[in-house]
Design a protein around this ligand. Structure first.
Ligand code: FE2
Ligand code: FE2
Length: 323
């Protein structure tokens, strides 16, 4: 194949647009078998450029009139992406260095910043469902939120079990959060037509080997409250869709705790997540190299469950999907 381009011809009053694919890095390859994050974008951009040139030149010459003007589908920019990186456990004050949990945590905030800034575009969305900061009070989290505010993208979080800084008032939370950052609690948010809802969740059984003395009744009361808050978050998204007059689009659920017990594929939460129309459920909380059946990942009834605690994804935002 020669150099790529786009041509406009007219035969018997019918206009034909022919687009040829130029070589990309010396290769003609829509049939990619690797680099699936970058290849489609690179190829689309390469085809988009001659199409844009055709529209510009043809428009100036009147050859395209009365065709519709250039549309967004011909824009050569890649579509926004949704990433996830949970359990940042930031401590920019230095009060709680994470390398006490192993050398692999060394300078984890710096490494996360480097990979985040390299991968995430400003219009992308990053899900960070819980255990954001070690700060125990809102004021102590200011440095950690400055760190987050310096990163590109929209950010969406739910509360983790270590987020003691989390403030209950909307006013205090609004003062704390950087622009384009959303902390969901009985609430939801819609960005780029994708709806996000979520909840903290909880343990399905007492962690007795760690001295956890909660009774089965305690656990049930906790989970019942989380289930209620999950339903409130979904209701908030339904109401927002209705108020905006938009049909239900793609939806993604955030949990802090695993939403499914170890070794299982269903829980009290899964039918609710499915009925809400989520295609993904992104969670965190779990840390360590030998999680065994506690790390429940897979796709069941149309919902893909993924654990994205930072140490589980090499301290790098992991791509969930493109919009
Ligand atoms: Fe946690
Ligand atoms: Fe955590």
């Amino acid at each position: 194949m020669g150099p790529g381009g786009a041509t406009l011809t007219r035969t018997h009053g019918v206009r034909f647009v022919t687009v040829t694919m130029p070589r990309v890095q010396g290769d003609t390859r829509w049939d990619a078998h690797g680099g699936l994050t970058n290849n489609p974008n690179e190829h689309a951009r390469t085809v988009g450029q001659p199409i844009a040139a055709l529209i510009t030149d043809g428009g100036e010459q009147g050859a395209l009139s009365p065709l519709a003007p250039p549309c967004a589908a011909l824009d050569s920019r890649p579509m926004p992406a949704i990433w996830a990186l949970s359990d940042l456990h930031l401590s920019t004050s230095g009060a709680k260095p994470m390398d006490v949990f192993g050398d692999h945590w060394g300078n984890h905030a710096g490494r996360m910043a480097e990979s985040w800034d390299r991968l995430v575009a400003d219009d992308d969305i990053v899900l960070t469902p819980g255990d954001f900061s070690w700060a125990s009070k809102p004021a102590e989290a200011a440095g950690d939120f400055a760190w987050l505010g310096a990163r590109p993208g929209h950010k969406i979080m739910v509360k983790g079990n270590h987020d003691y800084w989390w403030t209950g008032t909307h006013k205090r939370m609004a003062e704390l959060l950087p622009p384009r950052t959303y902390a969901l609690k009985k609430t939801a948010v819609s960005i780029h037509g994708v709806g996000f809802f979520g909840v903290r969740g909880g343990d399905f059984a007492a962690l007795t080997r760690y001295g956890d003395t909660r009774t089965a009744e305690d656990i049930e009361a906790w989970l019942a409250r989380e289930e209620h808050e999950l339903k409130l978050s979904i209701a908030a998204l339904d109401q927002a869709d209705a108020a905006a007059g938009r049909a239900r689009g793609q939806r993604i659920c955030l949990f802090h705790y695993p939403p499914i017990p170890p070794g299982r594929t269903v829980s009290r939460f899964t039918p609710i997540i499915e009925a809400a129309g989520a295609s993904f459920c992104i969670y965190g909380h779990l840390h360590g190299q030998e999680l065994g059946p506690a790390k429940v990942e897979g796709t069941w009834n149309g919902v893909t469950y993924r654990c994205t605690s930072c140490d589980q994804v090499d301290f790098t935002p992991t791509l969930i999907c493109r919009i």
